[in-house]
Ligand binder design. Structure first.
Ligand SMILES: [Fe+2]
Length: 191
């Protein structure tokens, strides 16, 4: 089976976690993770990720397992538009619904293509992004917009509204969730 490719990806994420104090402060590495088989679910965006050459070890480990991942999209075409859904997707590597099951923390790897605007949204769980490749501009309700690059982390409090704009580069990010609402999904701001 292909478990070893998912284990390689998890090990690459753990190495990034071990090298990033902000991630360690956010939450302890889950001790109860168990791998489970989930059906692959390819999305249009994986064509872009496959072509994207970058040095990050998580980026490369993801490319090695990309066709076996259960890719997801939280949003509908009505919410974000057709183009957004062609160039966006994420996997839940570990968590309540992940390739590795755990209820201690949720770990996503998420991709957005260049030029996208990810509108204001929020969720109950606290969140930290760690940029793996590319860059983006983050907006939150309480601080000036901030451009993030590989290695940068961005924290969002429970229910804090946030938005993201992609300029000339795509972004690949490791995203951790903790606390209440761990098993929920993000919601767009009502306008
Ligand atoms: Fe978020």
């Amino acid at each position: 089976m292909q478990d070893h490719l998912f284990n390689d990806l998890l090990n690459a994420v753990k190495s990034r976690y071990d090298a990033t104090p902000d991630l360690q402060e956010f939450g302890a590495w889950p001790q109860d993770m168990t791998f489970r088989e989930i059906a692959p679910n390819p999305l249009p965006a994986i064509r872009q990720i496959k072509k994207w050459q970058a040095p990050d070890p998580v980026h490369i480990a993801l490319q090695n397992v990309i066709d076996l991942c259960n890719w997801k999209q939280t949003y509908t075409e009505e919410e974000v538009g057709f183009g957004f859904l062609q160039d966006y997707g994420y996997i839940e590597l570990f968590g309540p619904d992940g390739h590795f099951l755990t209820n201690e923390l949720r770990g996503y790897i998420a991709y957005w293509g260049r030029g996208l605007y990810y509108p204001w949204h929020h969720h109950k769980a606290e969140e930290i992004y760690c940029v793996l490749s590319g860059s983006a501009v983050f907006e939150v309700d309480t601080a000036p917009a901030r451009t993030v690059h590989p290695g940068d982390c961005q924290y969002h409090a429970s229910d804090q509204p946030h938005a993201m704009t992609l300029k000339s580069a795509p972004i690949l990010a490791l995203v951790l969730w903790r606390g209440d609402g761990l098993a929920d999904l993000p919601k767009m701001q009502e306008t």
